[in-house]
Each structure stands twice: as structure tokens, then as C-alpha cells.
Design a protein around this ligand. Sequence first.
Ligand code: 5RP
Length: 215
Amino acid sequence: MNRPLLQLALDNTSLASALASLEGVDEVVDIIECGTILIGAEGAKVIKTIRDIYPNKLLVADFKIADSGNVMGGLMLEGKPDFLTVICAAHINTMKAVKDEIEKRDLKTEVQIELYGNWTFEEVRKWKEIGINQVILHHSRDIKGGWSKEEIDIARKLCEEGMKVTVTGSIGYEDIDLFKDLPIYCIICGRSIRDAKDPKDEALKMKKKLEDLWL
Ligand code: 5RP
């Protein structure tokens, strides 16, 4: 089983702080995420700014698009992200509109559906039918306490559905074990790396753990 990729979520409230969070960590993590909070604070242009600094790094634009797929998708795609998030509550036509914008620009950006709250496996199959095969299972930072057994079971079921599954939300070094039997595509860490005493060291520790557990 391939080890999950490690993604750093930049949920900083300014570009300067995001760039500071990347110092040293950038060479360790597999994917850099322009987080919803960073895009909200700095605007969609921040994606292009980070892309210009890291032309060869996998980059996520995590704006969790909910509507106006053409306009919002278009804005996010200016920075040529490798992945672009759309919220599960969005209409399927919004998802299609984002995909249309990707095609119009001849990009290889993949749409990831961010799973919060209410959604069904029937919808997951519909997303697959329109060519979306990535989901992000999100444990909201507003939920007190860590990942439940029910959430881990949902992650397993999504993997069994053949989706590329990313997990995120309050995941730190100790929590990685929760996913160890699953073919998870990517684990996103934000605060656990950014707020660590030595962020680079923390990212290295996490990556080593991923390598050891997914031999
Ligand atoms: C918030 C997000 C975050 O990027 C994600 O939850 C990771 O953050 P943390 O590890 O700090 O919980 O998508 O909308």
C-alpha cells in the first residue's frame, strides 16, 4: 500500500504568515494547500503567488466552492492549482461548471469534493459518473474531540467505493495511527505542523511515521 501523501494546510490569515509557515516545511511536505482561511484573507490571487514561488510542487486551492462554479472556479484556476475543492452541498451543475473551466483552460486540475455534514454514497457515485474521483473527508475543527470510529468506518467505505480519499481536520502525529489500515491518498495537517515548536521537525516526524506505517 502506498503511503499517504502529506499536505500542509496554510490556514494563515496573511500571506506573510503563510510564507513563514512554509519555511523549511516546504521541502518536507508533498502538497501545499492554500487554505480556505488564507484565500478568504488574501483573495484568490494568493494561489498564483504561491504557485509562482513553487512551480513544481503539488498545490491545492481549498476554497470549498459552493456555487457559481464558472466564476469561482475561474478565479481559483488563475493560479493553476493541481487540485481544487468543491463542497459536497454544491449542486452537481456547479461541479460540472468547475470541470468545464478546467477543460477550457486545458489544465489537469482535479476536483476534490469536500465532505461535511449531509451527503450520501449515492451522490458519491453520481460524482464519479461525471469524472470526479477524489473526496476529502473532513472532521470539522469546530467538533470537540477527535475522529470517531464512525468517521474512520466512513473513510474505509469511501476507499472501498474506489475513491481517492483524503482526510483532514485536527490530525496530529498521534492521530495518524487511526488510518493505518486504509489506502488513504493524502493526510492534511494544518495547525499540528504550523503551530509546532519546530514545524520542519514535526513534518519530518509525520512523514517518517507515514513511511513506517504504510510499508
Ligand atoms: C479548514 C480546513 C483545514 O485546512 C483542515 O481542517 C486542516 O486544518 P487543521 O489540521 O488545522 O485542523 O480545510 O477549512
